[in-house]
Structures are given as structure tokens and as C-alpha cells.
Write a protein that binds this ligand. Structure first.
Ligand SMILES: NC(=O)c1ccc[n+]([C@@H]2O[C@H](COP(=O)([O-])OP(=O)(O)OC[C@H]3O[C@@H](n4cnc5c(N)ncnc54)[C@H](O)[C@@H]3O)[C@@H](O)[C@H]2O)c1
Length: 313
């Protein structure tokens, strides 16, 4: 039987689906969801839940001891667009939550950690197409700086203290079960909601803004596969590049028009354009593919089909 798992920040866009998938795989009582707020019904009714602040070390330790937790997935963070508005709060949450979990592992109170990084670790001087695993990284956003620092600390804790920490740099994630939480790629979810409701979407990113994206099912599968892989296969202990598809808003519009021919898109770029302009357009994820067998399944048209089918119900 799998030992108990704690998800911190379980009520967000990724945490909700990750928690439910892990409960399906390992049994509801073995997967403890936690957050500073309650989640949607499917999350709250599917297994145990604790109110827990990721910046409170003692509170996390209590939950770890109470449930005899073996692994933590740390999903709590302030995302890119919101972090630009509250830089110090973002730094405090994104860094201190990570230290809390890494220190629990360092002190052998837990055995394994998953912590997500992001394509935001790259910056305007990074090669934009086929961005390599190791390259120039000069993030220009608060969020990117926190993720870049987090990656360095993960690798440090692995090398210095033997902490089994694993990470991927998620691209923008597209899902229908939960709304996104204040990122720069949120448009790629909003567009489907608006297409079905109003037949029109005003994009906050301009035409031609090509970014790496992924359907949520692929992201959850990648996360669980990485955590299931034998430790010796995990050669990258900062964070793995993880790719799937890359497209711009007009490509999404064209994909939606195959189902809703009258759908229209217009453009009104805001402050998020500058963030998007500093990020890669496509990702070289060959190390994830070679080392632990990563392979995406959903392309843009398949994502569109899934989104419209599920949101249209
Ligand atoms: N969604 C994406 O496209 C994307 C892309 C790259 C990386 N990521 C990373 O994945 C992780 C999860 O992202 P998400 O999209 O699910 O974010 P989200 O904003 O949807 O969810 C984050 C959750 O953390 C909770 N939270 C906030 N402060 C907390 C605290 N102090 N203690 C406990 N919980 C707290 C929130 O209530 C929320 O439920 C983050 O680290 C994020 O940076 C996400």
C-alpha cells in the first residue's frame, strides 16, 4: 500500500485534479488535501481535507505527524500576473512554503517532495524556440525570480542533504474542472468559457504571442510519472523542461472555429503581454523524454474538443 500523501494548495487549478487522480490511484484516505480555503465539491467530498497555511512550518509538521505523511506535493504559490501586483507577498509565499517542505525532508520527516517550477524561470535573453533545459535564465518577473531561486534551492537540498525533490517546469495549463489562478496563460482557459457563453473573446495577449501550453490531463500524468520513477532515473534535480504544444491566441480561435464557426476573437493586450513576451515560445523537453519516458498526448485540436465537450455540458 502507498504511504500517505499531503497536497498543499490542493484547491487550485492543478491541485484539485492532482488530488482526485492520486486518490483514484492510491485510495482516498491516503491522500490528504490541504489549502487555506475550501475547494470545490468534487475535491471536498472525495477524501480528507485540512485547513493549512503553507508558510506555517509548525502547522505543516503537525499534519505530517498526525497522518504519518511520506510525500508532499507543494502546489501553493502566487502566480505570475498576481505576483506582479504583490511582489513581497509572492516572494514570502513562494519561497517560505518551499523551505518549509524542503526542511521537513531534510530532517527525514517526509521522504519525497514534488514542487512545480514554470516556464517563467526563463527571461527575455533566453533562446525563444526550442528552449533548452540548460540555457540563459534571467527571469524578469517576481514569479520567475521566485521559481528560479526555488529551482536552485531544490538542487542544493538534493546535493547537500540528499533530499528526494522532483520538479517540472509546467507550461500554461488548460483545464475545465477548475479556473486558473492568476497566471499569464489564463486566456487559454477563459477563451473556451467565453466562446460557449458569448461567441466572442477579447484576448489580453496580442495576436502572434506563441507560448508553450499543455492540457491538464497531460500535466497530471507527467507529475505522477515523475514521482513514480526510480530515483536513479531522475538526473535533473532543479526542474525538468516539459513540453507539449505551442500556439498563439489566433491558433486557439481557429481551433474553436472548427466547432463554433461564428466565434470571433479580438485583442486588447494588458500588462500580461510584457510577461508573455519574456517567456519561451517552445520547449526542448528531450531530457524528460529520455530519462523518465515523458510523452504528451493532447494537441490543440484534441484539447479544444475536450474543453468544449466538458464545458458545454
Ligand atoms: N496553472 C499553470 O498554468 C501553472 C504553470 C506553471 C506552474 N504552475 C505552478 O503550479 C503550482 C499550482 O498552480 P495552480 O495553477 O494550481 O495555482 P492556483 O492559484 O490555481 O492554486 C494555488 C492554491 O494555493 C492556495 N494557497 C495560496 N496561499 C496559500 C497558503 N499560504 N497556504 C496554503 N495554500 C495556499 C490557493 O488557495 C490555491 O488553492 C504553483 O506552484 C504554480 O506556480 C502553474
Amino acid at each position: 500500500m502507498h504511504k500517505p500523501i499531503l497536497i498543499i494548495g490542493a484547491c487550485g487549478q492543478i491541485g484539485t485534479e492532482l488530488t482526485i487522480e492520486l486518490r483514484n490511484k492510491y485510495g482516498a484516505d491516503n491522500v490528504i488535501a490541504s489549502d487555506i480555503r475550501e475547494g470545490n465539491d468534487s475535491l471536498m467530498q472525495s477524501g480528507p481535507f485540512e485547513l493549512l497555511d503553507a508558510t506555517n512550518y509548525a502547522a505543516i509538521e503537525d499534519v505530517v505527524m498526525h497522518y504519518d505523511i511520506d510525500e508532499i506535493y507543494l502546489m501553493a504559490a502566487m502566480l505570475s500576473a498576481t505576483a506582479e501586483k504583490f511582489p513581497m507577498r509572492a516572494w514570502n509565499l513562494n519561497m517560505n512554503s518551499l523551505f518549509n517542505v524542503l526542511n521537513l525532508a531534510k530532517d527525514s520527516k517526509i521522504n519525497k517532495v514534488f514542487w512545480p517550477s514554470s516556464i517563467a524561470v526563463f527571461g527575455p535573453n533566453t533562446p525563444k524556440e526550442g528552449t533548452p533545459q540548460s540555457t540563459i535564465m534571467e527571469p524578469s518577473t517576481v514569479y520567475g525570480i521566485s521559481k528560479q531561486s526555488g529551482e536552485r534551492w531544490c538542487e542544493y537540498y538534493f546535493k547537500k542533504y540528499g533530499v528526494d525533490v522532483r520538479s517540472v517546469r509546467y507550461p500554461g495549463l488548460i483545464s475545465w474542472k477548475t479556473m486558473p489562478g492568476g497566471g499569464t496563460t489564463d486566456y487559454a482557459v477563459e477563451i473556451y468559457h467565453e466562446a460557449l457563453k458569448n461567441g466572442h473573446y477579447e484576448s489580453f495577449l496580442s495576436k502572434g504571442t506563441k507560448l508553450p501550453m499543455m492540457y491538464m490531463d497531460d500535466a497530471i500524468r507527467a507529475t505522477i510519472n515523475l514521482m513514480d520513477s526510480p530515483a536513479e532515473q531522475i538526473k535533473v534535480r532543479s526542474s525538468y523542461n516539459l513540453g507539449s504544444m505551442s500556439f498563439a491566441p489566433e491558433d486557439m480561435a481557429a481551433s474553436i472555429q472548427k466547432h463554433i464557426p461564428d466565434f470571433k476573437i479580438s485583442y486588447a493586450p494588458d500588462f500580461r503581454q510584457q510577461i508573455a513576451d519574456s517567456w519561451p515560445s517552445s520547449i526542448d523537453d528531450s531530457q524528460a523524454r529520455e530519462q523518465w519516458g515523458w510523452e504528451p498526448r493532447f494537441d490543440l485540436d484534441q484539447t479544444t474538443e475536450e474543453m468544449l465537450k466538458n464545458l458545454g455540458n
